[in-house]
Design a protein. Structure first.
Length: 503
């Protein structure tokens, strides 16, 4: 792109100041934006350009690491930021927005619209952009005057709403100009799953049902809903994390190697995984999906979900969800995938654990210690890296076998930049690269699977298990496993995890 105006709907909101502006600052500092680059924040709050810049600078200086902060660059960057106050729910306001953009526009300028707003506006903003002509290129030169839109999750509340929102966006923009963003896919460590799988010849031959016993995917955090209680009441863990973040991680683990790493081949393979998820019956949901909600605990400052601001005192919204599911294809038939997410856990961590099958003959079963199964742990955050657990003989007399680790931390390849995920994804959108964004059919196929659970919950009223804030969730989730298997404790995996784990 030779020029760009980056329009942020929800420009006065939390996502903008905490994530988007730091990401855009890093791109600007590294000269990875067009020569003519302007940002227009759009929101209800009454700012002018100067007060908006001062507001952003206060947050920007706290969000960016000291080694990445350059005062002169920050001042130059903020000088490119503008603001327009409007009610984004009123169609008439968009004509005024068009006039405001005209004051900044050089003519034949490219626009990227970023919807950092509540999802309730997703069925309004695109249509109002269309009625005001803001979705149309302002010149006839091919590839110039581009109009693209970035949409934050959740993309839909259920299958019906996802299909409806897709129709609205497709009536305004071409599919290739719609960028459904999930910052998980922008993380370097998530993309490293692909490198680990497809760049190492020793792993691909054993990455299947013949050698893998089970897979665990965990994405939890050690905070409650905080000020987001009102939003979370209408969402819950399944909509907030499982239907998007966790199922995308599952797809990266389970997908077939794409013929080429490009937007079509890669995203085709993701959709194939979603289509291969074994449909859930009512009995499957009853036994393989566990819901939980955090309660007040004895730990300092840990209140229950129902005591949070904006939450119904009788709420049945799940803050924890664990489930077992299967993929019906040649590679993974019969291998259980366990996924869990939750708030108010002992730590904030996202990781994948591949449990390999035991050796066919246990040679050392009569010795002091029975060797454990080999595991490959992929840590997405924090302490990013990978760890392989192997069994080795302890030096000395006898034949005692213990499990040892071969570990790698991502910082050995370089320091991860501030807000690396958002910077990467925004830059991809600028360059027209959509590999790491979710395609419309992937959204629908994911909802098609998980909507079955939501439908069942509406009528069956399944149990909602309480768990004290600061613990690993309801004990009932262990019942998903057979035999002696249990959830892996992330605090016992990669090195220096005592820095991140409270328990």
């Amino acid at each position: 792109m030779e020029n760009l105006i980056f329009v942020i709907f929800g420009g006065s909101g939390d996502l903008t100041r905490r994530k988007l502006i730091p990401a855009l600052y890093n791109l600007y500092k590294e000269k990875r934006v067009p020569v003519f680059f302007r940002i227009l924040g759009v929101g209800r709050t009454q700012y002018n350009d100067e007060t908006y810049r001062a507001h952003l600078k206060e947050y920007l200086s706290n969000q960016v690491r000291n080694d990445e902060w350059e005062e002169d660059v920050a001042q130059e960057f903020l000088a490119s930021v503008h603001y327009f106050s409007m009610d984004q729910t009123l169609e008439s306001e968009y004509i005024k927005l068009k006039e405001r953009l005209g004051e900044i526009d050089l003519g034949c300028t490219n626009y990227i619209y970023y919807l950092a707003t509540p999802p309730a506006l997703y069925d309004k903003i695109p249509l109002y952009l269309k009625s005001s002509g803001l979705n149309l290129a302002d010149c006839n030169d091919v590839g110039k005057g581009v109009r693209r839109v970035i949409v934050e999750k959740p993309f839909g509340y259920d299958l019906d709403s996802a299909e409806r929102i897709n129709e609205i966006f497709h009536s305004v923009f071409k599919e290739e100009d719609i960028y459904r963003i999930d910052h998980f896919l922008g993380k370097e460590t998530v993309q490293n799953i692909l490198a680990l799988r497809f760049a190492n010849g020793i792993l691909e031959p054993i990455w299947n049902r013949n050698y893998v016993e089970r897979v665990e995917i965990t994405a939890v955090e050690n905070l409650g809903v905080g000020s987001r209680g009102g939003y979370y009441e209408g969402s819950g863990a399944l909509r907030d994390m499982v239907q998007n973040h966790l199922v995308q991680l599952l797809a990266l683990v389970a997908m077939e190697p794409p013929r080429q790493y490009n937007e079509k081949e890669f995203r085709d393979e993701v959709v194939k995984v979603y289509k291969s998820l074994k449909p859930l019956t009512d009995r499957d949901i009853e036994s393989n999906v566990i819901r939980g909600q955090y309660t007040t605990s004895s730990l300092p400052g840990k209140i229950g979900y129902r005591q949070e601001k904006g939450v119904n005192p009788d709420s049945h919204t799940e803050t924890f969800l664990a489930m077992k599911l299967f993929i019906e294809n040649w590679r993974w038939e019969g291998v259980p995938f366990y996924i869990r997410t939750g708030k108010e856990m002992p730590t904030k961590v996202t990781e994948i654990v591949i449990h390999f099958r035991p050796t066919p003959h246990t040679l050392f079963s009569a010795r002091k210690e029975i060797p454990a199964n080999n595991q490959l742990i992929i840590r997405i955050q924090p302490n990013e890296g990978a760890l392989l657990k192997l069994d080795m003989k302890v030096p000395g007399p006898g034949f005692e076998v213990k499990q040892v680790t071969m570990d790698f931390t991502y910082d050995k390849l370089g320091v991860l930049p501030t807000e690396d995920a958002y910077s990467r994804l925004i830059e991809d959108c600028m360059n027209g690269e959509s590999v790491l964004f979710t395609r419309s059919d992937a959204v629908i196929e994911s909802w098609r699977f998980f909507d079955r659970i939501l439908t069942f919950w509406k009528t069956a009223n399944p149990p909602l298990y309480g768990y004290p804030a600061g613990t690993w969730g309801p004990l009932e989730s262990d019942a998903l496993f057979s035999g002696t298997a249990r959830w892996t404790n992330p605090c016992k995996n990669l090195i220096n995890t005592d820095l991140y784990c409270e328990l």
